[in-house]
Design a protein around this ligand. Structure first.
Ligand code: SF4
Length: 370
């Protein structure tokens, strides 16, 4: 397995991360939403302070890439001015809240997310990757998305608090959801754990409920006013043209226009059957200093021929997808390892690579791509 740097923290606007193409500045849209004015401001900033490319992350955040150290002070001031970043660095770091993108004003998801944001100062310091999921619609739609503490619809129709990795949750009285999330976060912080899913200590009695979540619903896919973004990266000029109304950001690399549905937007995916929707590929080389291989051109060529989910990862860290894919290609020392039903960097007894040390031509030939 090739080595990679485990950062152990997450970048945000106040703490940008150095990458192969400059600083990466992460923006966390409140409620996963951008007004049209905010979207246009973000696009202009990506062009003037960054390299013009914007990422959509698996937690429905946005990233401006290619920011120079000289431009960052101007960028942070502008982000605050447009309401895209909290003026308080601690609050910005703590606000790791993923909300079901189909929320409506005043519904449970909206109400609970607003309650939690209003109480953000009461959260304990948490490891950078720890986050909250507010998924309080009629059925969970974020079950597969990363998040440590969840509010979601229970099988009996009420709302439950569920710790990630636990099958069942605790019924929470109406209006107490944000307080319950904060209390569980304090218990977690005091236990010294890093991620809830890997934390096997018994939950406190009050949080150790037996109510299962309601059956999950499928995620939102492109069609109507929803548009897939190939590999979750979009040119700022295309996003500016797309933002004809306010926008919702989803964790599925899909943008939702709140305004009138648009039939087609060149460069974005409107066909729910597009093979690109089944592909995860991180930026790879040269954008990421950890990568020794190019990823996205290869993924684009393989997408139509690989059956099921394809993951092309620049290294063993697997930033684009944490779970297994039907076919996973992992870069290592300038070549690829290929594994089936595996995570990036498959190296344990159950996920050993089937083929190793392949150059891109060998990979393409393996799948019959001329
Ligand atoms: S998985 Fe990709 S983006 Fe993540 S560190 Fe490795 S090469 Fe970089």
């Amino acid at each position: 397995m090739s080595g990679f740097a485990i950062k152990g923290w997450c970048p945000d606007a106040w703490r940008p991360m150095a990458t192969g193409d400059g600083l990466l500045v992460r923006i966390k849209p409140r409620l996963g939403r951008l007004s049209r004015d905010q979207a246009l401001a973000l696009c202009a900033l990506a062009q003037t302070c960054g390299n013009g490319m914007i990422d959509i992350t698996r937690r429905a955040n946005l990233q401006i890439r290619g920011v120079s150290e000289a431009n960052w002070p101007l960028l942070i001031v502008q982000l605050i001015e447009h309401g895209l970043t909290d003026p308080d660095a601690w609050r910005e770091r703590a606000r790791n809240i993923l909300i079901a993108p189909n929320w409506a004003e005043g519904d449970d998801s909206h109400r609970i997310a607003c309650d939690l944001m209003a109480r953000i100062d009461r959260l304990p310091p948490l490891p950078g990757k720890v986050g909250f999921v507010i998924d309080a619609g009629r059925a969970p739609i974020l079950s597969a998305e990363p998040g440590d503490f969840r509010i979601e619809r229970g099988a009996d129709g009420g709302l439950i608090l569920r710790a990630d990795g636990r099958v069942c949750g605790t019924i929470i009285p109406f209006g107490q959801e944000a307080e319950a999330l904060i209390a569980l976060a304090h218990w977690f912080a005091q236990s010294g754990a890093r991620r809830m899913a890997r934390h096997h200590a018994p939950l406190p009695d009050w949080a150790n409920g037996s109510q299962p979540p309601a059956p999950a619903r499928p995620a939102i896919v492109p069609g109507g006013a929803a548009f897939g973004v190939p590999f979750g990266q979009i040119d700022a000029s295309l996003l500016a043209r797309t933002a004809t109304s306010d926008l919702r950001i989803t964790p599925w690399r899909v943008l939702i226009l709140e305004g009138t549905p648009t039939a087609n937007i060149p460069g974005l995916i409107s066909d729910p059957a597009s093979p690109l929707l089944r592909v995860d590929a991180c930026p790879g080389a040269p954008a990421c200093p950890q990568a020794s291989v190019e990823t996205r051109d290869l993924a684009r060529r393989l997408a139509p021929v690989v059956k099921g989910r394809l993951h092309v990862s620049g290294c063993a860290k697997g930033c684009a997808r944490s779970g297994p894919a039907d076919i996973t290609l992992t870069g290592r020392d300038g070549r690829f390892d290929l594994a089936a039903n595996a995570r990036a960097g498959a190296h344990d007894q159950t996920e050993l690579p089937a083929l190793t040390d392949m150059d891109p031509a060998m990979v393409l030939a393996h799948f019959g791509v001329a």
